[in-house]
Design a protein around this ligand. Structure first.
Ligand SMILES: [Ca+2]
Ligand SMILES: [Ca+2]
Length: 382
């Protein structure tokens, strides 16, 4: 299929995911699969369950929420650097069951499918223009399984047809699938904004995904299990100079650069692996600092454009309910932003910092939502 046209010379020698990784991955998926509130069902299966708002603190109001997507199951949206578009992943659409990448124009509400391949796609992100600022992007990155499932017979179980058959068998057996993220055999690709000129950036059996860009577009940070544990790596936009920057045992992933490009924020499962915490470090992974300490799953962190605070998702107040929170860069003040049953996850700020985009299953299926950013005045951890 589509292969890199750039100077990556390493040949592809498919191997199975190292066996020692599998228990870790299964464990993570189990951790992230609390029971009822996060259950996810395909649209149209008749099992949708809407979820209710929760009481807010006295005197506070919740901003109005706008649901952006409605067809299928949608999530993990990111703003374009000029704030006019959103890139996201969609599955269980009438035209495709597997996850594919879409663009949504915020002014018109028009959606456009931009990946059309035989795999599952995830973790899309706009490549900032070297001109910087709000210049319109020309390329995107995303992760897909299409090459690895074709190259390696041992990866056949990860083909969308096989995954679909398994899910349907589970549903018929009455087993509910919970929200989880899956460590499929992805590689990272770049493409034009219309999906053309796909270039393969990684050639590594196993999980390579979660790619995001530095603000100047010069570096990609991503997650890979190529060295036996899930770690953060950086590379150039053409896939050259792939370099590991984390070394601690446990899942390190979901990284984003700070607005000035000098720091990174990410989520890590450390110690016994039961809890995830938000970490920051210099852009090369040095001077790591743990920001959250609650015994919970604190994950999906993302910088506010002013660089002083971080938005994230946590089940710190109820193990069965993920909400959106804000923490200052010193790690001293946590503020709660949402009060609603169900999973409120993967939040990001718009480039001007005034809007929050996130994934919620409050309507019964995973969908993208928008709200104004209203910063609460009180810290809840004091
Ligand atoms: Ca891979
Ligand atoms: Ca690690």
């Amino acid at each position: 299929m589509m292969h890199a046209t750039r100077t990556i010379s390493r040949g592809v020698s498919p191997r199975a995911v190292p066996r020692r990784l599998l228990p870790t991955l299964a464990f993570l998926v189990a951790l992230l699969s609390p029971t009822a509130p996060m259950a996810q069902r395909p649209a149209g299966s008749g099992g949708e369950q809407t979820r209710q708002p929760l009481p807010t603190p006295p005197g506070s109001t919740q901003p109005a929420v706008r649901q952006l997507t409605f067809v299928g199951d949608n999530g993990e949206g990111y703003f374009s650097p000029d704030g006019t578009k959103i890139i996201f992943q969609a599955k269980q659409r009438p035209e495709h069951w597997a996850t594919q990448i879409y663009l949504l124009d915020l002014a018109t509400g028009q959606e456009r499918r931009i990946s059309r391949n035989s795999g599952d796609d995830t973790c899309s992100y706009f490549q900032p223009s070297p001109a910087g600022g709000g210049a319109a992007p020309r390329r995107i990155i995303y992760a897909s399984t299409f090459d690895e499932i074709a190259e390696n017979p041992q990866m056949a179980a990860f083909k969308p047809e096989a995954r679909r058959a398994k899910e349907e068998a589970e549903r018929q057996a009455g087993r509910r699938r919970s929200y989880s993220w899956e460590f499929l055999p992805y590689e990272v690709y770049s493409a034009n904004l219309d999906g053309s000129e796909v270039r393969r950036l990684t050639f590594s059996p196993g999980y390579d995904a979660e790619g995001t860009f530095s603000p100047d577009g010069s570096k990609i940070i991503f997650t890979s299990n190529r060295d036996g544990d899930l770690e953060l790596y950086t590379m150039n936009p053409d896939g050259s100079q792939q370099r590991r920057i984390t070394h601690a045992k446990g899942y390190d992933g979901g990284a984003f650069f700070s607005p000035d490009g000098r720091s990174i924020v990410w989520r890590a499962f450390r110690g016994d692996g039961r809890h995830a915490q938000v970490f920051v470090a210099d852009a090369d992974g040095s001077h790591e600092r743990q920001l959250t300490h609650d015994p919970a799953i604190n994950w999906a962190p993302f910088y506010h454009p002013d660089g002083t605070k971080i938005l994230y998702s946590s089940n710190r107040d109820d193990p069965r309910n993920f909400e959106l929170y804000l923490i200052d860069i010193a790690g001293s003040c946590i503020k709660r932003l949402t009060y609603h049953e169900g999973a409120d996850i993967l939040p990001v700020f718009s480039p001007d910092g005034r809007t929050i985009l996130w994934t919620s299953n409050r309507s019964g299926t995973n969908q993208l939502h928008l709200m104004d950013f209203q910063e609460p005045s009180t810290c809840i951890n004091r």
